[in-house]
Write a protein that binds this ligand. Structure first.
Ligand code: UD2
Length: 312
């Protein structure tokens, strides 16, 4: 892989991926419309990338940026579940249609492989845990539906046109550059932001619901492996840690790290909240040699250092 394109490369996960690719001396192009990403996320390595401000549904721009690109990491999306419920059309246009545009442009430009950022949201609230890739899916939001549709299109482009595609189902990703500014932001970014201000966050429900929190560097690693391993085209792979963490214990960890005293505030369960989510990651191990190298303690430590030092 020499030249690659990261769509959504100015976002949280995208910019971490771009930083790593630059560090490995790949030629990196970034396409982002800055609707939820920030140029500041790219600032430290801005000189080493080609940044194109644009929409993934603009075929002329896509044609231009994909020339000579070998691998596309498609991270661009509307990423909020509640936002997708409020505005399903926008999510459909950006996520469903945008993915189709990216695949179509990739097919016409001789791209070898597209790695698609999917989500554990596709599993919905089906009670079986851990979540395995061959389990039933049950999207509960336009966002989840869009990710499942993206997977379907990715597989089809492999079957019909020979474009290699790999879909990664991210679990709850956290780490530096995750934007805490909306109430729908990831819980770790919200808790870190509260802790940095010396405030107590709110836990919804009894706090015993659990998630599989995966550090962003491990998600980046999974992307690199998914781009380079042979004979995995058409496959869908969970990217998590396999370890459940309750929201109560998460706050205890962060409060201790930050030296914040006191219990979190309490509020009712969030409507539609999933009770249990944890990944089965044996497929990632087998096909990608993937491991989640960062323990929660280590990941939280790195993340805390970033939140503590940020000036905006
Ligand atoms: C995550 C993803 C979502 C989708 C979904 C799939 C994020 C931000 N969202 O939603 O895109 O893939 O998984 O199932 O990664 N909580 C609190 N206090 C807060 C915020 C959250 O108690 O201030 C709780 C919340 O009620 C939930 C848990 O923390 O039980 C995780 O919430 P989240 O919004 O970080 O992520 P989740 O799993 O709902």
């Amino acid at each position: 892989m020499k030249k690659c394109l990261v769509t959504g490369g100015a976002g949280f996960i995208g910019s971490n991926l771009v930083e790593r690719l630059v560090g490995l001396s790949f030629e990196v192009k970034v396409l982002d419309d800055l609707s939820s990403g920030f140029l500041r996320n790219l600032e430290p390595f801005r000189e080493n990338i080609e940044f194109i401000e644009g929409d993934v549904r603009d075929m002329a721009t896509l044609q231009q940026v994909m020339s000579e690109v070998e691998v596309v990491f498609h991270q661009a999306a509307v990423v909020s579940v509640p936002q997708s419920i409020e505005d399903p059309m926008e999510t459909g246009m950006v996520n469903d249609l945008g993915t189709l545009y990216v695949l179509e442009a990739a097919r016409h430009n001789g791209v070898r492989r597209v790695v698609f950022a999917s989500s554990c949201a596709v599993y919905g609230d089906l009670p079986q845990v851990p979540k395995k890739e061959d389990m039933d899916t049950k999207p509960l939001s336009p966002y989840a539906a869009s990710k499942l549709n993206g997977e379907t299109y990715a597989r089809l482009y492999g079957d019909l046109y020979g474009l290699e595609t790999v879909c990664l189902r991210y679990f709850n990703v956290y780490g530096p550059r995750q934007d805490p500014s909306s109430p729908y932001s990831g819980v770790i970014s919200i808790f870190m932001d509260s802790a940095a201000r010396g405030e107590r966050p709110t836990i919804y429900g009894d706090g015993e619901q659990y998630r599989d929190f995966v550090y962003v560097a491990d998600v980046v690693q999974a992307n690199l492996l998914a781009a380079q391993r042979e004979n995995i085209s058409g496959v869908t792979i969970n990217v998590g840690t396999g370890k459940p963490v309750t929201i109560n214990s998460l706050w205890r960890n962060i409060a201790e790290l930050a030296g914040v005293q006191g219990e979190a505030k309490r509020a009712d369960f969030r409507p539609g909240d999933i009770r249990q989510s944890v990944a089965e990651i044996s497929r990632a191990r087998e096909l990608l040699d993937y491991q989640s190298y960062h323990s929660l303690e280590e990941g939280l430590q790195f993340t805390w250092e970033w939140y503590r030092s940020r000036s905006y």
